[in-house]
Write a protein of this length. Structure first.
Ligand code: G6P
Length: 620
């Protein structure tokens, strides 16, 4: 939520910042802003409502020179998305400019305290309170920006990643974080002497310039100066040693590669992404599964009384599929929790519980808080994340990365299938340790899992021409998605995808539950998407389809290749190859992703940046 970029060095900052904002736009795109200090020492600031391109247009005739600057793309929390509420925000004297990602929970009391000391506010944001507080500390304690920031943050309740410019100190950039991520990139100035520094909410604005980064830790404050010095302390002013890491990310992974949208690119990337995910982990010749994340913690899984999976959004859907698989393969009870609910009750957690966080970004605030709660209660924590070095990955005792590459489209696609296959690997790895499957079944599941990426490719090729079909459904105000067993979470995910990017209301339901309510909604206007592979509960799903048909609902089905019964009953059919029940979700979701994509395109929606959504939700 909200993206931050910063730069100090010998280059012109504006091109670095604007390109960085474009890369971070998936985090929020309500408004954008930039602040720079030019050679004369002027602090200039420009803001625009809407996308980063609106900001670019707004500054086309402005002075954007300067080799130090900060920038922000916003996902509104406090105050409507407009130019006034856009970041950067200024202090009273307009000497300090600050950008912020997160929420200052006690901003109201801080605001009244500052007002009582004569400070006046231009915006409705919590961020303006923060920058005013830093300046108040600077003045009342007669200290430098770094110390003032430390003092200010000691009074703050909430989450923040911030970057601050000080007009009176044009050679220093200060940043800090708690709860929201912030990365410092360490590059080389052209003369090869002093380092230059980049700041980013994630690595995407940095990778173009350097792969050497420092992940700022909780409650750390950093000061970077033009001489190439970097000082990091905690809030208590204790010096911290910066840990340099090398990024595992390449620039071409961040480009659209000829596709009109990131979402379509990411849908088509799935076979390769999943091949990378299972590489070195699934060994078909030896009939083995090796997950390094559990090797040193075997006993935790073997002796687990229970597994609790915490997640949000699409990750919650993959977690549900993981539950079915792990229970079946490893015979351990699994509970799946919305992280936002879990963290605010007083859940019973035993020391022999394993708590798994599933998160593409590894930064979702609710998921992070849920595992912190579980940690306090003594559970073993396992992370399944895509973003390497993310907060959840670092907060867990062990884990497995998806390795599906960066996901930029706000609607999650390859991360979903990556999570499902990772949870399948985990289920198999635990089953191996627990000997809970027969050898025959274990080998069969390994062989079949290895074929999933090829079967995904087949599914993509056989369902790619649905653009004109999708056009027929732009009239629809509602959709219902039905599935049973492993495909019930797929129905939820299909419905979520459609809602997110086309803004058509859609509900996912377990097919047999339809008769307990949703059947009342069925009429000739209602498209009903039914996931009906020729598997375990096929006959039952056929009966459900008959019930819809007799009420004139329009049937769009996902069927196994060669199926004729459901095909004949359907108005439109998507075909997938045969596979085992437990692996069907990774294939069945593909036509549903394509359907939502093409309906959204036909409706003229902004597929990669749907309204009100953000890719990474770092606020509650
Ligand atoms: C947001 C995104 C979703 C994502 C959810 C959880 O709502 O738009 O695509 O599923 O957050 O994110 P996570 O990064 O934890 O998987």
């Amino acid at each position: 939520m909200c993206g931050i970029v910063g730069y100090i060095g010998d280059q012109q900052a504006y091109p670095v910042l604007i390109k960085g904002l474009h890369r971070l736009e998936y985090r929020g795109y309500d408004s954008a802003g930039i602040a720079l200090i030019n050679e004369k020492g002027d602090l200039s600031c420009y803001k625009a409502k809407g996308k980063v391109s609106a900001l670019e247009a707004a500054v086309s005739d402005k002075d954007v020179t300067g080799t130090i600057g900060i920038a922000h793309t916003r996902w509104a929390t406090h105050g409507e998305p407009n130019e006034i509420n856009a970041h950067p925000h200024f202090s009273q004297s307009r000497n300090l400019a600050l950008v912020h990602n997160g929420i200052i929970e006690n901003y109201k009391s801080l605001r009244s305290m500052l007002s009582s000391h004569g400070r006046t506010f231009c915006s409705e944001t919590d961020t303006e309170v923060l920058v005013q507080l830093v300046e108040y500390m600077q003045e009342s304690h007669d200290c430098n920006l770094f110390t003032a920031t430390q003092l200010a943050l000691k009074n703050v309740v909430g989450a923040y990643a911030i970057a601050i410019l000080d007009k009176n100190n044009p050679d220093t950039l200060v940043c800090a974080r708690k709860g929201s991520p912030l990365i410092i990139g360490v590059g080389k100035n052209e003369d090869g002497k002093n380092p230059e520094f980049y700041l980013g909410s994630d690595a995407t604005p940095i990778i173009e310039y350097t792969d050497q980064v420092i992940y700022l830790q909780e409650e750390e404050i950093a000061l970077m100066n033009r001489a190439g010095d970097l000082t990091i302390t905690n809030l208590a002013n204790v010096k911290q040693t910066p840990q340099l890491s090398t990024l595992q990310l390449s620039l071409d992974q961040l480009e659209k590669g000829g596709y009109p949208h990131f979402m379509l690119k990411e849908i088509w990337e799935q076979p390769d992404a999943l091949r990378t995910c299972i590489r070195g982990r699934l060994n078909v010749s030896n009939k083995d599964v090796i997950l390094s994340g559990i090797i040193d913690h075997k006993e935790k899984f073997i002796n687990a009384r229970r597994i609790i999976i915490c997640a949000c959004g699409t990750s919650w859907h993959s977690a549900l599929i993981g539950k079915y698989f792990i229970e079946e393969a490893a015979q351990i009870p699994v509970e799946v929790e919305y992280a936002s609910e879990f963290r605010y009750r007083n859940p019973v957690i035993y020391p022999d519980d394993v708590v798994i966080a599933v998160s593409q970004s590894g930064e979702t605030a609710d998921t992070l808080a849920a595992i912190q709660l579980a940690k306090q209660k003594g559970a073993f924590l396992y992370g399944i994340c895509n973003v390497i070095g993310s907060s959840i990955a670092r907060a867990t005792d062990s884990g497995t990365y998806l390795h599906v590459g960066p996901e930029i489209g706000v609607a999650s696609t390859k991360a979903f299938t990556g999570q499902v296959i990772t949870l399948a690997l985990l289920g198999l790895a635990i089953a191996k340790e627990k000997h809970s499957l027969s050898d025959e079944m274990f080998h069969m599941l390994i062989d079949e899992l290895e074929m999933i990426p090829d079967k995904m490719q087949w599914t993509l090729e056989h369902n790619k021409d649905i653009a004109s079909f999708a056009q027929m459904f732009t009239y629809a105000k509602n959709f219902i998605y039905l599935g049973r067993g492993y495909n019930y979470p797929v129905a939820l995910e299909g419905a979520l995808k459609l809602k997110e990017i086309s803004y058509i209301h859609a509900e996912g339901y377990p097919a047999a539950e339809m008769k307990h309510g949703p059947i009342a909604l069925i009429d000739e206007e209602m498209p009903v998407v039914v996931i009906a592979p020729k598997k375990g509960m096929y006959d039952k799903i056929v009966s459900n389809i008959q019930e819809i048909k007799s009420r004139k609902g329009k049937i769009i089905s996902v069927v196994t290749e060669g199926d004729t019964v459901v095909r004949d009953m359907s108005d439109y059919c998507f075909v997938i190859p045969d596979t085992r029940d437990c692996y069907v979700p990774m294939l069945a979701v593909i036509p549903l992703q394509l359907l939502s994509y093409y309906v959204a395109v036909a409706k003229g929606r902004n597929v990669d940046q749907p309204r009100n959504l953000a890719k990474s939700v770092t606020v509650e």
